[in-house]
Write a protein that binds this ligand. Sequence first.
Ligand code: NAP
Length: 242
Amino acid sequence: MKKIALVTGASRGIGAAVARSLAGKGYAVCINYLEQQAKAEALVKELQALGCDAICHPADVADPAAVRKMVDRVERELGEVTLLVNNAGISQQQLFQHTSYEEFHRMVDVHLFGAYNCIQAVLPPMLRKHAGCIINTSSIWGSHGSSCEVAYCAAKHGLEGLSKALAQELAPSGIRVNCVAPGVIRTDMLESLGEETKAQLNEEIPMGRPGEPEEIAEAVLYLAEASYVTGQTLCLDGGFLN
Ligand code: NAP
């Protein structure tokens, strides 16, 4: 069966590393992004040069109509999605009392409703074929609390809840649902924290360094192919939570 992956938030960071790994394993890949068209198009060219079927498509995952349009295009140009990686994400560090209703809503819209929208869009053919795999990018803050990240934690906890319940519901239909939970990973999201916070975080990580996007991509590849694993969260944090 042709392997077709839709990776959201794949223009850079973890999503781009995931797209590269999947392309290396023979997947046709759709690279979703929000704004960074040049990066997404450069990645498409890179993957095509390796012989991979690749397209990119801008869509706000929080917008169900935009997601439907994206999945329609993937089905037309690549085929029906066999692997969905819900990875698109945003972060914001601030006190809860300074977090507006709109900011809190946006965080939940992108992480939780984004996953809802993408899963709803790709699910019908997976159900029909009795096969499919969904991998959601959570975080160590999907199971633990972190001050100044209440909205992010709430959204990621929701994503893990969705994943566990959906894994139960879809297992009889041959569809697996899992999460990866990265710790501190060297991407633009980490760079936005500033030097002092980054140095503090490094001290808190037993392995003494942030993870690389490629190290998360390895775990996504594992879960994509691990035929007896569902409902799990694979934590990759250099020992942070131990
Ligand atoms: P990143 O480097 O900031 O990249 C974010 C990606 O998401 C970009 O491709 C961006 O597109 C896309 N995106 C943002 N909002 C979107 C939306 N509404 N619709 C579609 N695409 C959207 O982030 P990252 O560090 O790779 O993070 C990827 C995932 O890992 C996120 O879910 C994040 O919460 C999770 N995570 C990251 C870390 C970490 O330390 N980095 C740790 C734990 C979990 P544009 O390029 O077009 O803006």
